[in-house]
Write a protein that binds this ligand. Sequence first.
Ligand code: FAD
Ligand code: SIN
Length: 547
Amino acid sequence: MTRRRILSIVFLSIVLIPITAILYHRLVAAISSLGKSSIAHMATPSSPPVIVVGAGLAGLSAAYSALQAGAPAVRLLERAPKPGGNSIKASSGINGAPTRFQNAAKHGVDESFWDDTVRSAGTRLHASSVAEAVRSHRQGLISTLTGRSASAIDFLVDLGVDLSVVAQLGGHSKPRTHRGAGKTPPGAAIITTLLNKLKEQHADRFELLTGAEVTKLITEEERVTGVEYRTTTATTTTTTTDAAANATTTTTTTHTLHGPVVFTTGGFGGDTHGLLAKYRPDLAGLPSTNDPRPGAHSLLSAAGARLVDMESVQIHPTGFVDPASPGARVKFLAAELLRGEGGVLLHKGKRFVNELETRERVSEEVMKLPSLEEGGLRQWDVQMVLDPGAAEAAAGHVGFYLWKGLLRKTKVKDLDETTRQTLLEYAAVVRGETKDPFGRVAFGRWKLGLEGGTGPEEDAEVCIGRVTPIVHFTMGGAVFNERAQVLASEMGDEEKPIPGLWAAGEITGGIHGDNRLGGSSLLECVVFGRIAGEQAANAALERGKLG
Ligand code: FAD
Ligand code: SIN
């Protein structure tokens, strides 16, 4: 071989081939990114709509992101007469970390959200019997949830939701639950903003149909291709001038709709006599924060989905017992932020728990106390006390609870002696003079006894209300993955996504394990709702290309 030939081979392999490879890769990347952006606008007349089932936060997030991703249309089907589901009732806020609203100067940069969530998941994640593949699946979901939390907050704030106030809820090691500064509770603020944006920005491609109950997922060769839903119309035949005597007939019509499906029908905490009685008959006697309504889990199972963790039902420690109707099954929640901002829990005038432990632990401690039978329900007699600092920090909520008669104001000097003594001792803990026997280390904005020196000011006003443990949230649901695909395989087995079907929100299972942290449900709705919507939009566009 001549010297010149050897030199040209060396030149080729060292210089030309890598350069060609780099250029080739750049070209491929450019072509595929061109493809992506053009796919987003390539809806063809045969592109089906994305079908979203359930108009709570997960459904609205999915609908919005599907439209942003170029879905030809979104049909949002909602069984109730109004959208919002349980999401619209959310009272404490949505988690995110690290965000610009957190006080990093005071608390340090928040890097512990993943750890707190993993810890809170308990035995479902940590028991020695848990297979490695299951653990890794659960941890993957938690990584997606916490890792995308800051961008979920940005997404909502960019839409115009105020999330500038941050509180520390139970089981969290830092304040990271975001809400607005005004009177509108976070659930209502988020839902109304998203609905308005959907209507304003996507009026031509977005349709919300209320009173539309999905009764079946249509499958063809193990692929979900659409839904069956029913609507009911009432017709009054006018035969007399007496309106009450005219006959009203109702007609139920069944419809079919084809397209990729995002399933966001929420949990079963309000399905007292159905799924709750099946999976947790022991909880049937407890009140609930959830709207009474049947779970839709069987529709997913019929399409091949697996369910997981169905026995893990969250008991929130503080549902308000309304003195005017103590036996009411559906109760207002005493939002956890009341404890986060400083509220304490007393039984017979004494504290008995670290109020900022996880819900699971606080509820356990309450339920060790003697219970009462009221209106056929099992309830407890625990008082929540807010000092002026906590009441001021949660003023929007407190005003509403006072107006509803769920909280009442009283002066410190009018409290019974045991309660006064408890507040005196607690103030010393907050001042840092003594250690809390229950291990509480975050005190929110409690100020009673801090300014006056040794104890509570006698003329200061505190707010008091009775609370009881209450069925609140269902951790179990459909097995799904980080791409929000619903799986026909058990968690930990080789994944078998059901083509054409995604899910998000409380209907899904596996993220929270034994216990969900406060503020992480709204978060899962936004994080996985957005993922599901985008995936379903891409599927609709792909189907359109096939004609
Ligand atoms: P939902 O909001 O419940 O929406 C599901 C919708 O699907 C409903 O409108 C339902 O009617 C509809 N649907 C069901 N079946 C069908 C069907 N077959 N066909 C058509 N439609 C159907 N979480 C937080 O993170 N932070 C909080 O501060 C907070 N506060 C809360 C306060 C209260 C009082 C309650 C009850 C819950 C709170 N939660 C909070 C929990 C959280 O609000 C819910 O878990 C979450 O919003 C569930 O959202 P989702 O979209 O999955 O379901
Ligand atoms: C609450 O306000 O206490 C509910 C918060 C939640 O469920 O995440």
